[in-house]
Design a binder for this molecule. Sequence first.
Ligand SMILES: Nc1ncnc2c1ncn2[C@@H]1O[C@H](COP(=O)(O)OP(=O)(O)OP(=O)(O)O)[C@@H](O)[C@H]1O
Ligand SMILES: [Mg+2]
Length: 439
Amino acid sequence: MLKKENILLVDDDIQILELLHRHLNSMHYHTYSAVSVKEALYILKDTEIDLLITDINMPEINGIQLIKYTAEHFPDMPKLVVTGFPSIDDAMDVFRSGVTEYLTKPFTKNELADAVKKSLENRAKKASVRKSVPKGSTGYGEMIGASEAFSEIVEIIERVKDNHATILIQGESGTGKELVARSIHYSGRFARAPFIPVNCGAIPENLLEAELFGYTKGAFTGANETRKGFFQAADNGTIFLDEIGNASLAVQGKLLRVLQEKEVTKVGSQKPEKLNVRVIAATNSNLEELIQKKLFREDLYYRLTVVSIVVPPLRERVTDIHLLVDRFLQKYGVEYRDRLVRISPEALKILERYPWPGNIRELENVVQRAVIMCDGQVEVKHLPEQVKYKIDFSEETLRPLKEVEKEHITKVLASTGNNKTKAAEILGIDRKTLREKLK
Ligand SMILES: Nc1ncnc2c1ncn2[C@@H]1O[C@H](COP(=O)(O)OP(=O)(O)OP(=O)(O)O)[C@@H](O)[C@H]1O
Ligand SMILES: [Mg+2]
């Protein structure tokens, strides 16, 4: 399903933000979330927004000021206010600044849908149609796929590649999170600036802060010179914070500040430096669970999920398997055999039925190994045991009890030469029951 308009959501109440996001996504709108006016302005700077949905009462800068600002700078952008009970003064202010619709909390999904629809209809219709990924395409740069889930991811990439909105990518191990992050960076207009991947799980906790933000000479023992961190290195480009769930609470606090203030401070320094970095974070752990356990800061989570991308596991996009197998056969066929390697239909069928707990990375390893073992064509025997075994197991069709019972009774009767008394004895039922069953 092709996503429709871009909607910017602004509310300091993260529950409302989450609710709006969920409802609007299910209606196929694309959303950007901001927990403050300041962050909303940051997104507006480089993103084409079709509708603004904002709260009024927020700390620091309130929604009225945001509405006035957008009325001046984006006069064609419709605005929908979602708020608790507003004061008369606020309401007057809001309407004077050209708000098209008003929705009071609490609201139902239908009320929201209506208000959004009306707001968008009021907008001066723009001729430009959003760029969409051609249907039936089977790839995007290095990424291969044709499933619905794949096209949805490509569509989000298209929307976010040219702006600096923070993105959180979630998905199981090996699903392609890093590839998605790279595709966002390298297909967008900051592609010439650096893409800096940082594995937060691989850097010792006590070093992570210095590695990320840099340090000044003498900041700690061993700090013999002033050094830049990954953030400074990524200036104007993208920093990819992989395994963000592994960052300590201390580092999380620092990251929160960076996202709020768009500036970093070296370890040992007092002077913040302004930066223009797009942050893409990824995780295969369940951050909501970590938040429950107080291991991950909820406020950081909401600053990371301005845009959220969920990469589904391979078993939920089986239609991509064939394409991926072809790509890997080509890649490793040329690398190891210097020619094209094929795969038998039976072997492909097995690959398409296996649940792939290690996702695309596991599939790639299996194909790579098979190419090395085979002789021009991958056969079932070139696949690892666990992949085949899983299939034997799941290929046994599960049948209804009645069917199995009928088959068993027939078998017993045959073995007793149709002697019903003997058969009933073997089956452990009386003759009357057997007669009934035979009917
Ligand atoms: N759509 C795709 N098309 C082709 N190759 C892909 C695709 N998605 C992932 N891959 C390949 O699968 C492998 C795993 O991808 P990647 O490293 O991006 O996964 P990940 O989600 O970051 O995994 P982990 O959680 O283990 O770090 C890589 O070799 C990548 O090139
Ligand atoms: Mg990864």
